[in-house]
Design a protein. Structure first.
Length: 374
């Protein structure tokens, strides 16, 4: 199918279903994912659509970063740390144990457990933004812990991959973790210190939308370097958003929001839906159900317990745990590595992909319900 035709259909369906769910007082992201699932029945997204979806999640986290004050993020540093640690340990433990009982394969179990650890905050961020709850203690704790989760999850993938090859380098893994932490701290510190000076010079530009272009370029550059040092690229984009949010006015942020919400972000969520090939694992529905229960409850328990230890209320801790449920980028990367090493079979791979898609689908609904009961 032609690229433009796919793009037109994705935008039309995402808009219709997003509007429909918004009118039902549900996050528009649910409608956009359903639109993708329906479209996925009729055609497979082109590689170019996938690349646009990657831009979509970059813009989503960039936009989310502009709404976060770094001082507020630091205020929940301990809560985020506890949430991230418990939200990683419990999913890894329960995912590994459940897999081992089924297949009695240690390496396979470790890969499944690792895939359950990292949180994908794209869906949660969009849902919280729709509900105007992103800049709250719940929103900041989820984002902070998800960033830590990504770093720890990638480090865990390095260990498990090395185990499968019979070559574990603890020192290298520890070094990569430190590099990730220092990357975020140094970029945030230097960026916030220098962005006002940069913004002053940008105001002198004669180029139409020159300031907007430079901000987007900065987000892409930081995403590029984040990926090169082993982090997820969305972390770099999110950090760029935090920095730029310090100086961007409402007019400029409105332009970022328009191109993000009105074009790139719906493509990303529709693509997630289109990647959900329900027919691939119809015969493994029991396995998918087990994976979904373990993946969801372990994150709710882990994130909730960590938040409680960090001093957050029981009800808010439950919301945080729910917000940690989604798995996409890092989780899919983990099982792709496992598949490439011949450890994860095509059947298990398909079941995990569908499981992760369901975690993306159920989170906005659970978040919306739980917030109404706070």
């Amino acid at each position: 199918m032609d690229f433009l035709l796919q793009l037109i259909l994705i935008l039309i369906f995402a808009t219709i279903f997003g509007e429909f769910f918004q009118r039902l007082n549900q996050p528009s992201v649910v409608g956009e994912i359903i639109a993708g699932i329906l479209l996925g029945i009729f055609f497979v997204p082109l590689e170019s659509i996938k690349e646009m979806a990657n831009l979509g999640i970059l813009f989503l986290l960039f936009l989310a970063g502009t709404e976060i004050d770094v001082r507020d993020l630091m205020d929940v540093g301990w809560q985020s740390s506890y949430t991230a640690i418990f939200g990683l340990v419990l999913p890894f433990f329960f995912g590994s144990i459940a897999s081992y009982f089924i297949w009695k394969n240690i390496l396979l179990s470790l890969f499944v457990g690792t895939a359950f650890t990292a949180t994908s905050i794209g869906v949660t961020v969009k849902t919280l933004m729709d509900m105007d709850r992103l800049d709250t203690i719940v929103g900041r704790t989820i984002i902070g812990s998800a960033i830590i989760d990504d770093i720890l999850g990638i480090s865990l993938l390095g260990i498990v991959s090395s185990l499968s090859l019979g070559n574990v380098s603890i020192s290298k893994t520890f070094l990569n973790t430190l590099i990730g932490i220092f990357f975020i701290i140094i970029i945030l510190y230097t960026g916030i210190k220098t962005i006002n000076i940069i913004a002053t010079h940008m105001n002198k530009l004669l180029l139409v939308e020159g300031t907007f272009m430079i901000f987007v370029i900065l987000a892409l550059i930081l995403a590029f370097f984040a990926e090169k040092i082993g982090l997820n690229m969305i972390i770099g984009s999110f950090v760029a958003g935090i920095i730029i949010g310090k100086v961007a006015d409402h007019h400029l942020l409105g332009k970022v929001s328009a191109i993000s919400r009105g074009f790139f972000i719906p493509i990303f969520f529709a693509f997630v839906g289109m990647s959900t090939h329900l027919g691939l694992s119809y015969q493994n529905l029991d396995l998918i159900f087990l994976f979904l229960i373990v993946a969801s409850l372990s994150k709710i328990l882990g994130g909730g317990i960590g938040s409680l230890i960090g001093g957050i209320s029981i009800k808010e801790s439950l919301v945080i745990g729910i917000g940690m449920i989604p798995r996409t980028e890092i989780a899919l990367a983990v099982i792709t590595v496992g598949s490439g090493l011949g450890i994860i079979s095509p059947e298990i791979f398909s079941a995990l992909v569908i499981t992760f898609a369901f975690t993306v689908f159920i989170t906005p609904i659970l978040l919306s319900f739980s917030y109404r009961n706070l």
